[in-house]
Design a protein around this ligand. Structure first.
Ligand SMILES: NC(=O)C1=CN([C@@H]2O[C@H](COP(=O)(O)OP(=O)(O)OC[C@H]3O[C@@H](n4cnc5c(N)ncnc54)[C@H](OP(=O)(O)O)[C@@H]3O)[C@@H](O)[C@H]2O)C=CC1
Ligand SMILES: O=C1OC[C@@H](O)[C@H](O)[C@H]1O
Length: 409
């Protein structure tokens, strides 16, 4: 239980790329900006697989304290007794090996999405966390937003009646499509010559880094399908969906456009998740294209506005609303003491802190079982679309000396 003084969690950051920086800056904001006083966060160590200098540069970039340890290997980070929990911020390809490295060393873990490359890897991580009695959570930060909590409450309280269908789409593109009239989230990433605006070695499209739309972006469309049609169901009646999907591949072999139907026959519900890097929902960047997610019930509809991964508004349209739409803004707070920084990842950090404080090994927002079921869906989709990743990143055999852990890959 919470005492008078906040429970402090000491974080270690594994990798020094884009999202590691964003997350760490959120960690360092004052919890008071989001009305939080029961937990707080301390950055104690950062590791880069490239060099200790790179880790030290990272600490400077995020304006961390000079006492923060800067390591030149992931192994040193997980051996640091001062670290309570490690945030794994490497590409998807690395998550299984890196998270295992942490768990084997006795560290609690918050691991970036997508949790793993295969469902077998996800199950092994969960088994290891159980065996070691450690906290483990897939970092689907959107689930920890007050907006998500509110939407889940609305669904559970019957605000839109019985929910039958959810549309969710997350796309990187420059053009919209007639093929998906419902929901969307997009960025302009298609070049006039037909290529995508990433080098073939970039983690978005490289098979070596488990690239592709599904694992990077489609997971958010699935997040909303699962939050609305699965998560809110009583434990006893939860059913894994039947999955029908289609994939268009990019020249690298990764999926560039993917559509998924999740059918929950016992509940008579369906979730339609689409993702891609070639079609757009928000082509003008002005959110004029409308809802990113549509959750449709017998008495009305909840629409979550673009972007699906970091939404700041939703609306409720009741069947008998007579043209009136309730629009609810949920802005992300910023910290005036830290250059008005605030991205929204602090809510998942707070959730981790509360779980650690309360001795919980998993978060109710993103339970292990749900991470595994979603990985199973994505695994099936990749198989249905014949996307094949290299053995190095699909193996579910842990290897402390894997190049994915030592940084030679
Ligand atoms: N929640 C969110 O909103 C977001 C989540 N993500 C997720 O975070 C993860 C990382 O994404 P992002 O930060 O954008 O990626 P970056 O490429 O920016 O950073 C990845 C970091 O991983 C480390 N790394 C180790 N081996 C490799 C390798 N072979 N190739 C590339 N990087 C390597 C590097 O750090 P070092 O050299 O220090 O070891 C690198 O800086 C992904 O799983 C992605 O899905 C990404 C963006 C947003
Ligand atoms: O998690 C994510 O959300 C935002 C996207 O820009 C990014 O590619 C993805 O990893």
């Amino acid at each position: 239980m919470a005492g008078d003084s906040p429970y402090t969690v000491k974080w270690g950051i594994l990798a020094t790329g884009g999202i590691a920086e964003t997350f760490t800056k959120d960690l360092l904001t004052n919890p008071a900006i989001r009305d939080v006083s029961d937990v707080k966060h301390e950055l104690v160590a950062v590791a880069s697989s490239s060099s200790a200098d790179r880790a030290a540069d990272f600490v400077k970039r995020v304006d961390g304290l000079s006492s923060v340890k800067a390591y030149g290997s992931y192994a040193e980070l997980v051996a640091d007794p001062n670290v309570d929990i490690v945030y794994v911020a490497t590409p998807h390809s690395h998550h299984f090996q890196n998270t295992m490295l942490c768990l084997e060393a006795g560290k609690n873990v918050l691991c970036e999405k997508a949790f793993t490359v295969t469902v077998a890897q996800a199950k092994k991580l969960v088994d290891k966390a159980k065996e070691k009695n450690l906290f483990l959570m897939e970092a689907v930060w959107t689930r920890c937003f007050p907006l998500s909590i509110k939407v889940r409450e609305l669904i559970s309280s019957g605000a839109i009646g019985t929910v039958y269908r959810t549309f969710g789409k997350l796309v990187f593109s420059i053009t919209d499509t007639l093929a998906c009239p419902a929901a969307d989230l997009s960025f302009g990433k298609a070049n006039p010559d037909g290529s995508l605006d990433f080098p073939d070695t970039n983690r978005m499209v490289s098979l070596d880094l488990a690239g592709g739309a599904l694992l990077d972006l489609g997971i958010y469309a699935l997040t909303w399908v699962f939050q609305s049609l699965y998560h809110v169901q009583p434990e006893a009646s939860k059913e894994a969906p039947k999955v029908v999907s289609a994939i268009n591949k990019y020249k690298t072999g990764a999926d560039e456009q993917t559509s998924i139907i999740c059918q929950f026959p016992q509940h008579a519900t369906m979730g339609i998740a689409t993702t891609g890097m070639r079609v757009a929902t928000d082509p003008d960047g002005q959110k004029t294209a409308g809802a990113a997610i549509r959750i449709q019930g017998s008495e009305g509809e909840i629409q979550v506005l673009h972007p699906a991964y970091r939404p700041t508004a939703y609306r409720v349209i009741k069947k008998d609303s007579d043209g009136k739409v309730e629009v609810v803004d949920c802005p992300i707070p910023t910290d005036p003491q830290r250059n008005n920084w605030g991205h929204g990842m602090f809510w998942e950090a707070d959730e981790c802190a509360r779980c650690l404080r309360d001795g919980k090994k998993q978060s109710a927002f993103m339970p292990w079982e749900e991470s595994v079921v979603i990985m199973d869906v994505m695994d099936q989709v990749l198989q249905q679309g014949s996307v094949t990743y290299p053995a190095l990143i699909t193996t579910d055999v842990y290897d402390a000396k894997s190049p994915l852990n030592t940084g030679n890959q």
